[in-house]
Design a protein. Sequence first.
Length: 241
Amino acid sequence: MTCNPQDMIIVHRVFRREFAAVLDLVRTVPDGDSGRATVVAGHLDLLLDLLHHHHDTEDVLLWPLLVERAPQHRAVLEVMEAQHEQLSARIAQVQTSSRDWSVHALSGAGIRLAADLEAMVAPMLAHLDHEEQEVLPLCVDLLTQEEWNRLGERAIGALGPENALLILASMQEGSPEQEWQEFVALLPPPVAEAYATLGSTVFHEAQKTPGLVSFVGSAVLVSFVGSAVARSTNRRRWRAR
């Protein structure tokens, strides 16, 4: 019984990079620019949703399996659960601050949002480090690849098809080619096919335009993926008639 948990390392990399990027974006939105604030807040919401579903999936699927198969490590897993609860409260606070800020983009609200983000990101980074050091080695020994794959399918699948492709594009960004190809080989065939035909195109197009490589910085990338998925869905429906 063994699995390859490299996709979690990749997702954690996304969290580390993109939360730092979105914090910079919040700080650079001009006072009163509610249009730009709405875009940035939308991307922040996507990141927060991913983080929430990532943790919820671990709570529902991962911790019970590990406790059952390695009860001697219960203390470590209880720490993980407690950290999730603490981060859940931080996430809720950031979501509230983001909604308040996005309405009028007032500088005071932006300062509060940035402070709440910083207060969430610091313990999140510590949690990611702890998880990689203490939990992933247990997963390698105690889970099958099929069991492990269910985690990613549940967490990313909860975001919807357009956002799932965006997250996959953000996962590809910064991943060495060999690591990325090994990850893609583990994807369910329909997901791999969708990303090969739509997501990778989005990623490479974004790379050509300064400022669009990081998905949190671009409404254009969101609309590009959304329209591409819609076109693909419509074509499939037409062929099914």
